[in-house]
Design a protein. Sequence first.
Length: 457
Amino acid sequence: MAQQLLYLIFIFPLLLLVLLRRRRFASRTPNKSGDGGGPCRQRSHDDDNHLPPSPPGELPIIGHLHLVGSHPHASLRAIADMHGADGLVLLRLGEVPNLVVCSPSAAEAVLRTHDHAMASRPHSVVADILLSGSSDVALAPYGEYWRQARKLVTTHLLSACKVRSLRRGREEEVRLVLAEVGEAAAARAAVDVTELLGAFVNDVVCRAVSGRLSAFSAGHQEGRRRNRMLRELIEGNAALLGGFTLLDHFPSLAKVGALTRMLCARATRHKKRWDVLLDQIIDEHAASSRSAEEDGDLVDVVLSLQQEYCLSREQVKAILMDMYAAGTDTSSIVLEQTMVELIRNPHVMTRLQAEITSNTPKGQKMVKEEDLMNNMAYLKAVVKETLRLHPPAPLLLPRITMEHCDVNGYTIPAGTVSSSTHGLSAEIPGHGTRQMSSCRRGFFIILVAPTTHPLTT
Ligand code: HEM
């Protein structure tokens, strides 16, 4: 927040200048497309009267930015509770109109009824740098490239069959982490559970994506070093993509080249570090003759399909970055919060232990993934309840409205960014994790339960 304020103080005069010039130019130019950008119908005065409510206190230039604190999901929810109607409130964050979606019926309208009109992602300068023009899946704008990239991911990388084929690696990593806990217990040493689970999930994901040099399989320092570096890079992505980016709120400033370079310097340096590592991983895989179908990891699979999907090397790297990053924080947060809830609720822990003991064959030391298929209903309920209580991503990824549409009787102009509070989708009737795959953008994957992988249902 302090950084946000500093930016605003230093950049305020420049911003004022650019906006005034823009306004003067706009007043001389007739508006041909209504809202500008996107296939939308002409916006009329009547439409403006039906916009969702906005909170008071809008300031010149920054709009409602000052109302958003360091926990945006909490600020947005509080604003919507106080000033919203039907779970909708419209804010102006800098130059960009933002629709906050905070009720199950509004979330249903945005995620399901108007899924098509609201399926794209807003432009982000940081994502453009890190993901080579947002050429990944999660942040790619809606269109043919995104459709193809998503097809590649759903049918080849995260198919039930591929996820099952990587099972042995996951089980080895579980054995390793349990051995570490056992050693700590024998030495009566404390365990930093956040660190332990973070490193464990990172190793599982790295092993699935680029395999061979995981900390376990290589059994030597190079694997550990590479996994540590990937973890650092993934954390850097989260900080850069999740943080406040002035240019995303004031897109007209992007015209000032020197300013853009200055504001994006950190992202550019970070991308260079990714490039060095990903180029090395891709070159090593390309030089080996391992089959993608049998024991191949996700890099093998993407490289085997690169020509068929006409992917450039940069696009391959962007898709791989999603594969490394999307499942790491999310999964470790779920694991950690489940532990916390079990410690807080000893009666739940006792019932869960009883279910696990009675459903695991005698002499078998670990729950296997096949044990989860038809048994362990209580374990699944505990994980689902944890997801409901502690959604790992409290705000869904932002969407941008591609054409004018009406949500719960309100007009949402094209070009509006919408932010939905996560957890609401679970409240929409029939919109549980399995149905998620039916909506164009949102899907939901649980790393530890590949058989219920919603992408494949
Ligand atoms: C407990 C684990 C996980 C949780 C809670 C989770 C949650 C989510 C959420 C909330 C979204 C945003 C949906 C939206 O805003 O539209 C998302 C998107 C996505 N997730 Fe996950 N995720 C998990 C694991 C994974 C894993 C393991 C992968 C792949 C390796 C993955 C890949 C993706 C991708 C590619 C998207 C973008 C989908 C799109 O925009 O079409 N996720 N996930």
